[in-house]
Ligand binder design. Sequence first.
Ligand code: HEM
Length: 437
Amino acid sequence: SNVVLDRENPEFLANAYTTYAELRATAPVVRCPFGRGLADGAHPEGSKGREPGKVPGRDRLFVTRYDEAVSALLDDRLSSDFRSAMTPEQRALLEANMPEDFRPIAHSIIMLDPPDHTRLRKLVQPNFTARAMELLRPRIQRIVDELLDGVERKAAERGEAVSERRMDLVEAFAYPLPVTVISDMLGIPVEDREKVHGWAEGLLHADRQDAVRDEKLRAGMRAFRQYLDELFERKRREPAEDMISQMLHVQEDGDTLSHQEMVSMVFILFFAGHVTTVNLIGNGVVALLTHPEQHARFLADPAGLAKGLVEETLRYWGPVDYMSTPRIVKEELELAGTHIPQGENLSVGLASANRDPARFANPDVFDITRPDAHRNIAFGKGIHVCIGAPLARLEGQLAFESLFKRFPKLRLAIPTEELRWSSVASLRGFSRIPVLF
Ligand code: HEM
């Protein structure tokens, strides 16, 4: 296909689901040119010959349909490690040339294969079990309530009449909620958070054309890394009840976790732990406010329907969309009758799969009571399935329930057409959602 899956192109962003439908109808696996991802920047040659603003001529095989997407994600002939198709010499060259600041991204769990992947995953998994979530629930609820109290207090201080109260939902609620929760879990002290957010913003708004040479990004990553070194030192001296202390303890105990791996893990938990969930909350609120019948239904029973709203939002407007999720073919295979040679780049279209009419009836209808919405693959599938899924789901449920109970009159403060999809760090969401409450 000559469709370019380029999330830097606003036209693609606005029509992504129509494009996916066309691709699905064409074939289960379609070759398309792709825009760049941050990970490409980790390659020393990655940006060579690339004209700013132009999509590189790099093709990928895009997996368009649900069944094939699931098979691909479960297939161990597909690798998540972008180094896996390289020769040992190329690998050595890559490692030698990789800027120090990029190592945390290039070596994070999401880009590793077993056995390293398995070892790292086991280490953090206990923090995300159903039981761990039940223990976290009251803490998350308290953070939700405090944020909503803050919103009301600020509106009162500004002297807004009750009917005129407004906020940017992202800035006031959808963003601070997951950031506060993950910072609490990791043990990043409250007084450091402003600083850490600054670096995170730098990474999110990095120049994807040339991430390796983006000075602001590199400076932010360097600062974050130095900060973590100091924080680890502090926590070694004074361990607390948090994930960083726990990982340090494992490290001393069995030598199964290198310093580099620890930095990478904190890094990915911090970033994956908030940007995605911001969009889950934002996308869910916008979907509800723009579907009046669903909105009315939800208001009649927020506690009962919060789960349904989370699952249907993940399916309908999943936060990790444009990029889909990349794999490299380690060993040739057949997928849906298509022969796929070794070394090929594949991209599993999570969002496209979630709109596959062969899996979901009337897939383009937003329906919070859809009985099988939870079969969505917005969190992926297989060994890399999102570790944070139970946390994101819980945050989403508590956020939706509390927000609409507190502000049943919540509505958009601008016409729907003025809302713009953005693609910060390959995530599908709205960077601003002005609402009246
Ligand atoms: C992996 C989506 C929230 C941490 C993934 C993957 C997806 C995803 C699709 C798999 C990528 C692949 O197979 O290549 C999402 C969405 C979220 C969300 C849609 C919110 C709605 C979170 C949260 C955390 C988190 C809250 C942590 C606190 C991770 C980690 C991985 C991951 C560590 C890598 C797992 C592995 O490689 O084994 N996420 N995520 N995510 N996610 Fe999430």
